[in-house]
Design a protein around this ligand. Structure first.
Ligand code: MF3
Ligand code: CO
Ligand code: CO
Length: 285
């Protein structure tokens, strides 16, 4: 999801730390990093908290309630509530759901894999992050898919530094996932973020090395690859949100919000130690 900066009018500008827009990118001043750290950390802590709640028998709507209560207790606004008509704090994307799954009465069962995606607003700044959870035992193919998706995201993030281009990030993600014979979803991408939830540029999770926008200090964006066990095609259900794999194969996703620094990337949404991949903790390894 992304919108051209040109379409945004004055939204988000006029704030002293909103930064300067140059073509497709917004460059934030060094002082903005501290605010993104706070929002990113809180979103990450919400996902940390949910790790001990994901278990057989819990409804995804209950996880949503817990996330909303966590946000409000910590003075944050859940960005997804009333976002383009979405009514929940988290997206809960189960098994063959690629992204934007809607929390509801569905109760978790053994063997389920689940992405939980949360975006919290603190002092007007957005922290957007997602991880994979599971109810053990999960099939070997499912755990490999989750492992590779996390690795793919981290390989993409490892490319981020001034001088590299967005194509380098997408290329690293795509080649890693495809080398494991999984497929990259192309219908959804990462996005610029900051005081605006979704803005330019689109962060594609595929691409060619050396191509695309050059990275510069002060850019804030998400890296959020979706990887399918089968074919890359997706389909959006009539609810207008739930995206599933066309072939009903399993799909996994992880997401971090990052800022480009002078010499690399700062991850604003770091998990507590041991909770980067909550599905693993559930398996006890
Ligand atoms: N958090 C999602 C993202 O990574 C956006 C969800 S929009 C919602 O960009 F409305 F579905 F919540
Ligand atoms: Co996002
Ligand atoms: Co998200």
């Amino acid at each position: 999801m992304s919108t051209d900066l040109a379409e945004l009018g004055t939204t988000g500008s006029g704030h002293p730390l909103a930064g300067v827009v140059r073509g497709p990118v917004r460059l934030h001043p060094p002082e903005a990093f501290a605010f993104m750290r706070v929002a990113g950390r809180l979103a990450a802590q919400c996902l940390d908290m949910l790790a001990s709640e994901v278990r057989e028998g819990i409804a995804t709507s209950r996880l949503d309630d817990l996330a909303r209560e966590f946000a409000l207790d910590h003075g944050a606004i859940p960005a997804c509530i009333n976002y383009r008509g979405f009514r929940h704090t988290i997206c809960t994307s189960l098994n063959h759901v690629v992204c934007h799954g809607i929390p509801g009465e569905r109760v978790l069962r053994a063997g389920d894999i689940l992405n939980i995606d949360v975006t919290l607003i603190v002092d007007g700044w957005h922290g957007d992050t997602s991880r994979m959870y599971a109810v053990p035992p999960v099939k070997k193919a499912a755990s490999r898919l989750m492992e590779v998706t996390w690795d793919a995201m981290m390989r993409g993030i490892a490319e981020i530094r001034p001088g590299r281009r967005l194509g380098d990030v997408g290329h690293a993600i795509q080649t890693f996932a495809e080398s494991h014979r999984f497929s990259m979803v192309r219908d959804f991408c990462g996005h610029g973020i900051g005081r605006i939830f979704h803005e330019s540029p689109n962060i594609l999770h595929y691409g060619r090395a050396g191509e695309g926008i050059a990275l510069e200090p002060g850019m804030f964006f998400t890296v959020e690859p979706m990887v399918n066990l089968g074919k890359p095609g997706v389909l959006v259900l009539p609810d207008g949100w739930t995206a599933i794999t066309r072939d009903r194969s399993l799909s996994a996703q992880f997401e971090h919000t990052i800022g480009v620094t002078e010499d690399g990337a700062e991850i604003f949404t770091m998990a507590a130690p041991g909770l980067e991949q909550p599905w693993r903790a559930a398996l006890g390894d």
